[in-house]
Write a protein that binds this ligand. Sequence first.
Ligand code: AMP
Length: 475
Amino acid sequence: MFDKFREECAVMGVYGHPEAANMVYLGLYALQHRGQESSGIVSSDGKILISHRQMGLVADVFKEDVIKRLEGPSAIGHNRYSTTGQSHLRNAQPFVVEYSQGPIAIAHNGNLVNAQVLREELETSGSIFQSTSDTEVIIHLIATSKESSLMGRVVEALSRVRGAYSLLFITLDRMIAARDPMGFRPLVLGKFKAGKNRDGFVVASETCALDLIEADYVREVEPGEIITFGPKGMESLRPFPAAPHAKCIFEYIYFSRPDSNLYGRSVYQVRKELGRQLARENGVPADLVTPVPDSGVPAAIGYAEESGLPLEFGLIRNHYVGRTFIEPQQSIRHFGVKIKLNAQRAVLQGKRVVVVDDSIVRGTTSRKIVRMLRDAGAKEVHMRISSPPTISPCYYGIDTPTRSELIASSSSVEEIRKFVDADSLAYLSHDGMYVFVKGKTEGFCDACFSGNYPVHFEDEGHTRQLHLFDALQQR
Ligand code: AMP
């Protein structure tokens, strides 16, 4: 059984740079928000692949001596976060295997929907799996392929998998980047500035990783594209039939960093635009607008601009919350949210407050935030959400709980308002979410908001996996 259904990840690769592993480390650092459970880098010095994977945050996993050991001009890395199944080192990526043609490592962001069927088939014919991650299926498909060239094997393997993948591979002398034909998860191509560090290339989940290492953004790795970086430079291949694109809209809403440029647009600007639209659709008389930091900040700025209300930080975030703290058993109410956020009486006392967040998942955070705002003196609390209600789980690489845990899957907006105890609650409309592309919805996956899954449930493996997974979650 795979445990990779609620997994979020970052990938980062560098080819042709004297400090490849160090650059990948910095990139992973910039991409920490996409996965905080484990981190790993595999480098190639041309003779062997060198690997380091560990549970923990990037800054804890890689110390100077580790980075020094990861020698060579090319390296790939991965951050992983999974709330379900096993949080175990054996599922930490990149995976490295030795097959008939030599060593190869893989790093994957996304979820495959037919991995279980493929795994059973591979196991029947003798493959031995080391992890419970669906990513390992790709490696076994490459290893058992009858194609003679590496590219032939990669193409054959990818032609068999369905679902979401933004992938990086590394061998002794090459790096390969691939994105699934529907382009669910982002993947961008960058290049080190000419002359500075030879002709090095970078591939990363988000552009914020390029900024930190001073690489120039070139373009997205296109959906369905496979790019090889080798001694002869870069080569692009599009071996699969064109498919309708299904780029994740939730990357814009919440998941990507606001300073990234996603699918050709600034995430920050898109979020601001969503906030403006939210104000146009759901304005309410109030004294001030306050964001839920950090996720609600750009939308709150847009809302404030559009509504003409002042923007104030009524909630202050502690940025130094670690994973380990001693939680009091009973005595402090809503401790979990309080340790992260504090409401300021000086701003809120006697005020009618519009509080803006990007999404409501289970509703528990919103409920605690409303309570905190009231406790700090807010006279009225109007909750505004810069996306439509989250009604369906993601099976393509965003960590969402099961359908039954998603409050909007079974409750009306009025019921949710009662639950979070706000004076009013309003979400952005479905059409309003596409305001930044002038209402053009084609090319995006919005399954979490619409229930329309672009990779269909008729797919045998997908249906089986969904049923198995939901059954496990219901227990
Ligand atoms: P909840 O209490 O479950 O309603 O959580 C809502 C909060 O979770 C909002 O502030 C969102 O910004 C945040 N959020 C939404 N999606 C995710 C996700 N996939 N991972 C972590 N946090 C999320």
